[in-house]
Write a new protein. Structure first.
Length: 322
């Protein structure tokens, strides 16, 4: 591995460690508060940080989307993904939640066919089938009572994948600032509408926890951008699976969780299939690489989309070169 790829891999490991801590805080707060309330306050605290980043975009244009319907659908996907992921983290063991969310690359591969018109070969289809078997192993229908948290975890993976595919479809024409601000604004407005029905007073310590969620989402995102700048996407992308290690550690230390056999087996199958898809996409010159081009977790509504920030930087570099 080249020094740059090694540096990128280490940065990605650091970013996903911070993301895992972010998710552990969500689980801690989720024991006392509705995910709607957590998302509202984390979005509120994230607004100033994201605004300062966006102030660097000097493009002379308005904020009306070029593709309003696709942008609207992508915004809806972002809201649903965030609520479902936050709820799943609140009620399921951390490792089990990650195992379900790790199905997102599999769903991205499938959705790239009808939405992007891409072709998926037999190898990747096989990986998708194997990965979905892994999801079934984690859910083990008949072996345990399926809870709303399981449905939320699968829904977060599905809607996160659809949102990622939509960005791939319209990202070349939509401004990065539009792709970032619309989901964040939607989270804020929709959560404030629900807040009166779910609000619980938050002491200063818990408000600080919400601040940690917003700050860690932003920090991890910026570090992940640095990782993608230093290393190939095929090196950085698999690093997300390191979160399962942190989930095991945090779950044991802070929440009294332990891994059972089906979760370990199912997670291993899902991770192996996801890594195989990444390998296949990076093995040849094909441009059919929807998973490798997805540079964001997709379920951090308090933060921003990594791909959008990368595009902001590229847009700035193009303007400076002109």
């Amino acid at each position: 591995m080249s020094p740059m790829n090694a540096k990128g891999a280490l940065l990605a490991l650091l970013a996903f460690a911070i993301y895992a801590t972010h998710d552990a805080v969500i689980k801690f707060l989720g024991a006392s508060y509705s995910p709607f309330q957590i998302i509202f306050f984390s979005s509120l605290l994230a607004f100033p940080m994201v605004t300062f980043l966006l102030m660097r975009d000097a493009t002379q244009a308005n904020l009306r989307p070029v593709h309003p319907w696709w942008t609207g659908l992508r915004t809806i996907c972002g809201v649903i993904t965030g609520v479902c992921a936050f709820y799943a983290f609140s009620v399921l063991p951390l490792a089990e939640t990650y195992a379900l969310l790790f199905a997102q690359p599999l769903i991205i591969t499938v959705l790239s066919i009808p939405v992007l018109g891409e072709k998926v070969g037999a190898h990747r289809w096989g990986a998708v089938v194997v990965g979905l078997i892994g999801v079934v192993i984690v859910l083990r229908p008949g072996g345990q009572a399926l809870e709303l948290g399981h449905i939320a975890g699968v829904a977060a993976a599905a809607f996160g994948a659809l949102g990622a595919i939509i960005i791939r479809k319209i990202g070349g024409e939509e401004r990065a600032v539009v792709l970032m601000l619309y989901p964040l604004a939607a989270n804020f407005l929709l959560m404030i509408a629900v807040l009166p029905f779910v609000y619980e007073p938050m002491p200063l310590l818990d408000l600080g926890g919400v601040g940690v969620i917003a700050l860690f989402s932003l920090t991890a995102g910026l570090i992940l951008i640095m990782a993608y700048k230093n290393a190939e996407a095929a090196i950085v992308a698999p690093m997300q699976y390191s979160q399962i290690i942190w989930a095991t550690v945090f779950g044991f230390l802070f929440f009294g969780e332990s891994l059972d056999g089906p979760t370990v087996l199912g997670a291993a199958v899902i991770i192996a299939s996801g890594m195989y898809i990444v390998f296949r996409e990076s093995a040849g010159p094909s441009t059919n690489t929807p998973v490798l081009r997805t540079k964001s977790r997709g379920y951090s509504p308090s933060g921003f989309r990594i791909g959008a920030i990368v595009r902001l930087r590229r847009e700035k570099e193009r303007r400076e070169a002109q």
